[in-house]
Design a protein around this ligand. Structure first.
Ligand SMILES: NC(=O)c1ccc[n+]([C@@H]2O[C@H](COP(=O)([O-])OP(=O)(O)OC[C@H]3O[C@@H](n4cnc5c(N)ncnc54)[C@H](OP(=O)(O)O)[C@@H]3O)[C@@H](O)[C@H]2O)c1
Length: 297
């Protein structure tokens, strides 16, 4: 047994369990990797730069109790790369205990991906949906596995623009509207995933990490960097931001919260739009189409 997080139960020994974490090279994901490492779990850390993945692996290896760490490079904006990643995982690992969909960003400039999707939607929603779908069999075959997705309180002003999900017609307020829509999609995805996996032992959750001092929005030029820098006094540390992910990934008590949105390791309050199960089902059908995953579910 290893020491638990402040205010939570003791973290279990996860020796032999396999945890896959996206967005692990920076910010919340990096600290989630540090937080899970002492459990001894086999970690698959995914990033888009080999150098940053290697740096993270060195950091993790220095943590007491750290189990095997395996690095993967994948640009989650590209569906073919997600397929290739899932194929590699399936070849090398015969179980998957925890899948953490965490990589995400806000983009002020609209760019369409090679698959034809607006970038925020492609990274923050389609990648979560596609990776989870491709690894579904491993998750279902592993007893009491978990899917954890990083959502946000930004889901609250989010609106599902059913006829314009890619913001071809609507104004996007410098990427903010698209970001909020994608985070609402994270919650709806989690709710529908939990429903679809009823009868299996897989649980699904999403989380809000708080407002966290990370690399978030620093990809958006001087204004993005400036806004993150000046709001530093109200931001929490990445370690604190990662706490709910670590708890969900490692604690037995967390399993009782299947399908829920958590903040500070407790159920958080959802906007009305995030509780609409008709919308969750509608989003699921569209996501299957956008990722060609209709055969999986
Ligand atoms: N920070 C906050 O206040 C806050 C609040 C609510 C929710 N969130 C959510 O928290 C999650 C993590 O964000 P963060 O704040 O930790 O931001 P961050 O420091 O910018 O980290 C984002 C991570 O995602 C990875 N990533 C970005 N684009 C990628 C791509 N195309 N392919 C693969 N990986 C990619 C980054 O890799 P690189 O190292 O290669 O850049 C990095 O590891 C996101 O889902 C975000 O929406 C953040």
């Amino acid at each position: 047994m290893v020491k638990g997080l402040k205010g939570t139960s003791t973290i279990s020994d996860m020796n032999g369990k396999v945890v896959l974490l996206t967005g692990s090279t920076r910010g919340i994901g990096r600290m989630a990797a540090h937080g899970i490492a002492p459990t001894g779990a086999t970690m698959i850390v995914v990033g888009r730069s080999q150098e940053r993945v290697d740096n993270l692996i060195s950091e993790m290896k220095a943590i007491e109790g750290c189990g095997p760490v395996h690095g993967e490079v994948c640009d989650l904006l590209v569906q073919a790369e997600i397929h290739a990643l899932a194929d590699r995982i399936k070849k090398q690992f015969d179980r998957l205990d925890v899948l953490i969909n965490n990589a995400g960003a806000i983009f002020t400039k609209k760019i369409t991906t090679v698959d034809g999707f607006e970038r925020t939607w492609a990274l923050n929603h389609n990648a979560y949906f596609l990776l989870t779908s491709l690894l579904k069999d491993q998750l279902v075959a592993t007893p009491e596995s978990r899917v954890i997705s990083t959502a946000s309180e930004a889901h609250r002003p989010g609106k599902m623009g059913w006829h314009d999900l890619q913001f071809e017609k609507r104004g996007n307020r410098n990427g903010w509207s698209s970001y909020c829509q994608s985070k609402l999609a994270n919650v709806l995805f989690t709710k529908e995933l939990a429903k679809r996996l009823e009868g299996t032992s897989v649980t699904a959750n999403c989380i809000h990490p708080g407002f966290v001092n990370t690399g978030f929005s620093r990809n958006n030029g001087i204004i993005g960097r400036f806004l993150m820098t000046v709001s530093w006094p109200v931001q929490r540390s990445p370690t604190k931001g990662a706490e709910t992910i670590v708890w969900l990934a490692t604690s037995d008590a967390a399993r009782q919260h299947n399908g829920e949105y958590l903040f500070n390791c407790k159920p958080g309050k959802l906007a009305k739009a995030a509780k609409n199960m008709d919308d969750a089902t509608r989003l699921w059908a569209l996501s299957e189409e956008m990722t060609n995953m209709s055969d999986i579910w």
